[in-house]
Design a protein around this ligand. Structure first.
Ligand SMILES: Nc1nc2c(c(=O)[nH]1)N[C@H]1C(S)=C(S)[C@@H](COP(=O)(O)OP(=O)(O)OC[C@H]3O[C@@H](n4cnc5c(=O)[nH]c(N)nc54)[C@H](O)[C@@H]3O)O[C@H]1N2
Ligand SMILES: Nc1nc2c(c(=O)[nH]1)N[C@H]1C(S)=C(S)[C@@H](COP(=O)(O)OP(=O)(O)OC[C@H]3O[C@@H](n4cnc5c(=O)[nH]c(N)nc54)[C@H](O)[C@@H]3O)O[C@H]1N2
Ligand code: SF4
Ligand SMILES: [Mo]
Length: 704
């Protein structure tokens, strides 16, 4: 019997970058625990990490390329698969134009440095503008705000929660999500530390969330009214003369303009729409300004909504005008060992280089909004998408109007999926290419170190070698690039690119390199965040643009919307928002038995006043209908949610025939995105507006 060994790695399921210590004997995992010696996560772990072993042994996980035939899925060789894909993609492009082939990138790409470093070459080889990703169902407004205010979409302000005295969280639930656009393993511990040093945490959310329950203050807010709240806070600070740019006074343009455009948005004018009082808003603004240091952080609730762009702009603006930008305890800019901010080219984020063919939606960061992917497949005419590659994505469950997208996928001439499962999306593919994953892959966090609350760096070796017949994602992408172009392999590996980047990066003088990281398996601490914005800003004149015309021009849309609100609810009296569950990650971790055991977690949460009006009881099955569809699920009644608002978990709905995730099918839940509306977007950025979907609710007759 072989020795017990310890392996150290970073969990790459979510953004928190938890260090793990894995005890194993040969291929048998004995335990997965938090690594106390990891300088970033200091021992934090959540239940999902323990499931990493399940993905390794999962019998449903694909091991060889599959081809769809009249008789079902057939194993084929890698050579055959890659050759056929390249031929069919090129044939599609010859017949219908370069852009007839589209690509959708899902969330795990951001957790896979091999993909991030290989995708640019792949896109060049493919030569299509029709690119889509989960970013436009998620954080696109954050990038848009950074593009227009700071000149670089990846220069993301991160709340310095380890030093702040006032953390204002708008539309984020980090106690469950473990943080997003803010990597901060152990958020609860860090929150508690704020409180222990006399600081305060305030949460603005239509639900009294797990995070709100641990905060000092919770403000219930009506969905999609956050931009109004932020404007009123900003208006208060100007009118009370509490604005101070502090160290940035000589670096900011647009202060007078911000004052002018916020003037009409007084707390009195917005309070009713927001579902709160003018006094509450004014006090929140003053508390924020009075704190020694303060930071406003707004996330999914404030970005996947009709005014996501405005919310992210105004969040930055609030931090700037209170002197809390690029300052300890405020919103700061991580300096990763591998620099992700590249010198800018052309317009911010390439905005407006094209508009989408069917709905005229904006192109951003070289992508079109995923909310219009189905339109581009289903609408015939020049430029129609005829073939699609999905790479680590499950848009049938994750994008708005998922059911319609599933129909659209069936109508394609050709579809390829690079994935690990036959799921709701990949079942529509003609060929599925399975990737090595989890414990079989090396890991370095390219993106999340750029969004982290402390500067650290860590490289994880694979724990187990991948099997001969398996390929890394990046190897698959590279093989496709070579087959598409006919070029010879130059033998470059992601490790080499990573090593070169580390050696040229901000810590080069301290000897940073891949071998340094290999020598330090717990990770290397690079210190607390430092002010660095003025060295890294990418606007033409290196000044911060506080009131970009781009955002200012969107304000009339907000005012119009505010006036229309009361009339909007005639047919759909309820407002739907999404939530995340602690034991699942988006759509793909549900095949781990240890994560899905217990009661069906996919319920609609409703206030008791609403339940009384509808005459429904706890646990009863209800029908939730929107403009685009209807789902049925059990109701959970409690008063941790605003009356008129209901909440349903995202990431579920594993109830389609044809999929092969057997554990997931045993507790499928329903997909919220069968009722979210692809026509509801933030018109400014093109981001999906999941939150705020108007719905009607009725009891399912006939009872359970
Ligand atoms: N209503 C509503 N919808 C939402 C959200 C919401 O809050 N509400 N949230 C949105 C957000 S924030 C996001 S990020 C998106 C996510 O949207 P997607 O990225 O489309 O969904 P995921 O579930 O992350 O899909 C991951 C896919 O990658 C596969 N996979 C897992 N690991 C690997 C790997 O190592 N290699 C490869 N090749 N494949 C792998 C999985 O099997 C799965 O098919 O969903 C969005 N959708
Ligand atoms: N356990 C778990 N962790 C995850 C994930 C997961 O699926 N499961 N997914 C990961 C991913 S891909 C991401 S992007 C992050 C997301 O991380 P978070 O943004 O922290 O996660 P959410 O739970 O989506 O939080 C959104 C909050 O916004 C609130 N909300 C909804 N609408 C509004 C609104 O109009 N205004 C305001 N103010 N609030 C609103 C919701 O009630 C909810 O509490 O989580 C990551 N971590
Ligand atoms: S919080 Fe995220 S990174 Fe940490 S263990 Fe859980 S899933 Fe992994
Ligand atoms: Mo996400």
């Amino acid at each position: 019997m072989s020795e017990i060994q310890r392996h150290y790695r970073t969990c790459n399921i979510c953004e928190a970058m938890c260090g793990l210590v894995i005890e194993h004997r040969g291929r048998e995992i004995l335990s997965i625990k938090g690594d106390k010696e990891d300088p970033f996560s200091q021992g934090h772990i959540c239940p999902k990490a323990v499931a990493l072993q399940d993905y390794y042994t999962d019998p449903d996980r694909l091991k060889t390329p599959l081809k769809r035939t009249a008789d079902g899925w057939q194993d084929i060789s890698w050579e055959e698969a890659i050759t056929e894909i390249a031929q069919r993609l090129r044939a599609t492009q010859q017949a219908h134009g370069q852009n007839a082939v589209a690509v959708y990138l899902g969330n795990p790409n951001a957790h896979n440095y091999g993909n991030a470093l290989t995708l640019p070459t792949f896109f060049k080889a493919l030569g299509t503008f029709n690119r889509f990703s989960s970013a436009s169902a998620d954080q696109l407004p954050h990038h848009v705000a950074s593009n227009f205010m700071l000149g670089a979409g990846l220069l993301i302000p991160v709340p310095d929660i380890d030093r702040t005295n006032f953390w204002l969280i708008i539309g984020g639930n980090p106690v469950v999500s473990n943080g997003s656009m803010m990597s901060a393993a152990g958020v609860e511990r860090r929150m508690k530390a704020i409180q222990e040093r006399g600081g305060k945490v305030a949460v603005v959310d239509p639900r009294r969330t797990e995070t709100a329950k641990k905060a000092d203050q919770h403000l219930f807010i009506r969905p999609e009214t956050d931009a109004l709240l932020l404007l009123a806070m900003i208006q208060t600070l100007f009118s009370e003369q509490r604005v101070s740019l502090r160290h940035l006074a000589d670096h900011v343009d647009g202060l007078a303009e911000l004052e002018a455009v916020s003037r009409d948005f007084t707390p009195e004018r917005v309070a009713h729409t927001c579902g709160t009082t003018a006094q509450t808003i004014r006090q929140l603004a003053l508390d924020f300004a009075d704190a020694d240091s303060a930071v406003c952080y707004s996330r999914m609730g404030a970005s996947t909504q009709t005014f996501g762009g405005l919310c992210q702009w105004l969040t930055n603006a609030l931090n700037i005008i209170t002197g809390n930008f690029d300052r300890a305890g405020g919103a700061m800019f991580p300096q990763p060992a591998f620099e992700m901010v590249r010198p800018k080219k052309g317009k911010p984020g390439n905005y407006g280089r094209f508009n989408s063919r069917v709905r005229n939606l904006p192109y951003f960061n070289s992508e079109f909004p995923v909310a219009t992917l189905a339109d581009e497949i289903l609408t015939s005419g020049e430029g129609q998408i005829k073939a699609l590659l999905t790479i680590a994505g499950n848009p049938v469950l994750s994008s708005p109007g998922g059911e319609r997208l599933a129909h659209a996928l069936e109508s394609l001439d050709f579809m390829v999926a690079v994935d690990i499962y036959i799921n709701e999306t990949t079942q529509h593919a003609d060929i599925i290419l399975p990737a090595a994953t989890g414990l079989e892959v090396p890991h370095y966090d390219l993106f999340f170190n750029a969004f982290a609350v402390r500067n650290t760096a860590k490289y994880s070796e694979p724990l187990f070698p991948k099997k001969d017949e398996q390929r890394y994602d990046w190897e698959i992408l590279k093989a496709l690039s070579l087959a598409l172009t006919g070029m010879a392999d130059d033998d470059t590996t992601p490790e080499q690119i990573l090593d070169a980047g580390l050696k040229q990066g901000a810590y080069a003088e301290q000897g940073m390199s891949l071998s340094t990281l290999r020598d330090n398996p717990h990770g290397v601490d690079l210190g607390a965040l430092q002010p660095c914005l003025m060295q890294r800003i990418q606007t033409d004149d290196e000044r911060i643009v506080l009131a970009p015309d781009f955002f200012v021009a969107d304000l009339p849309r907000l005012s119009r919307w505010q006036q229309e609100q009361d009339a909007l609810r005639e047919h759909f009296p309820f407002t739907l928002i999404s939530r995340r569950l602690a034991r699942s990650h988006n759509t793909w971790t549900q095949n781990s038995q240890r994560l899905v055991k217990g009661k069906n977690p996919v319920t609609v949460q409703m206030h008791s006043d609403d339940a009384a009006v509808l005459n429904v009881q706890n646990g009863q099955q209800v029908r939730v209908a929107s403009r685009v569809g209807t789902i049925e699920l059990p109701v959970v009644i409690n008063d941790d949610i605003l009356p008129g608002v209901v909440s349903i978990p995202q990431g579920w709905g594993h109830n389609r025939s044809g999929t092969q995730m057997h554990v997931a099918q045993s507790q499928p839940g329903v997909s919220i995105n069968d009722i979210t509306d692809p026509n509801r977007i933030d018109e400014l950025t093109g981001n999906a507006a999941f939150n705020g979907t108007p719905v009607a609710i009725s009891a399912v007759s006939g009872e359970l």
